[in-house]
Design a protein around this ligand. Structure first.
Ligand code: DX5
Ligand code: ZN
Length: 217
């Protein structure tokens, strides 16, 4: 089996977004990763529903929407309408996480739970069976182009055990500082989906870089 690859549109050229979407369509990438930031949960603001709907019109692969916003439960239906296929919420923003995960699934999307680098993965134990995927942040959320945090490898391994010990089937996604150098080790540790922004869109040959990020597990 090979890792799934989700290029992060945050690092695309927004003046030529159509071209970058076409490139991802043509590549071996599996998903489009879209980062939604509200300037409150994270110190940055990105884009919202209208841009997602535009992307949906040309994207030929599912949209993996990563919410870095407070009170995400207020907008689940709106993200579904805009075109999200995978929708993830941060553990840190959800006092009623179980309810929010169920609501995402009830809307017909894959439900993901994201956790920041400082939070122990054990916090996910009692939601392990319910989520369709977990996203481990391997940088502090808010910006692209940051340096990969090394404890991610051991966090993936621990989380993988937690998922299987609880009879879950969730995939593990890793986001932040992922590149062709660390992709192999991430896959070896148990990562299923690799998000990559600057390493893809900053590459001389993005299509080739995406192919290299698809590593055998
Ligand atoms: C960071 C975002 C990431 C970001 C990754 O908060 O969640 O998806 O776009 O960018 P790179 O791959 O450049 O670290
Ligand atoms: Zn992201």
């Amino acid at each position: 089996m090979k890792t799934l690859v989700a290029p992060s549109i945050l690092a695309a050229n927004f003046l030529r977004l159509g071209d970058d979407i076409e490139m991802v369509n043509k590549s071996q990438a599996d998903l489009f990763h879209l980062d939604i930031m509200d300037g409150k949960f994270v110190p940055n603001i990105t884009f919202g529903f209208d841009i997602i709907s535009q992307i949906k019109k040309t994207a030929q692969k599912p949209l993996d929407v990563h919410l870095m916003i407070e009170q995400p439960e207020r907008y689940l239906e709106a993200f579904k309408k805009a075109g999200a296929d995978y929708l993830s919420v941060h553990y840190e923003t959800c006092p009623h996480l179980h309810r929010t995960v169920q609501a995402i699934k009830d809307l017909g999307m894959k439900a993901g739970v994201v956790i920041n680098p400082h939070n122990p993965v054990d916090l996910l134990t009692d939601i392990a069976k319910d989520a369709d995927f977990f996203l481990l942040m391997s940088v502090n959320p808010g910006f692209g182009g940051q340096q990969f945090i090394f404890n991610t490898y051991s966090r993936i391994k621990k989380l993988k055990n937690i998922i299987s010990d609880n009879g879950g089937k969730a995939l593990i996604e890793v986001d932040g500082g992922v590149n062709t150098e660390n992709a192999g080790l991430l896959a070896e540790a148990g990562a299923d989906i690799l998000v990559a922004g600057s390493s893809v869109f900053g590459a001389d040959n993005p299509i080739e870089t995406i192919a290299k990020l698809k590593v055998t597990k």
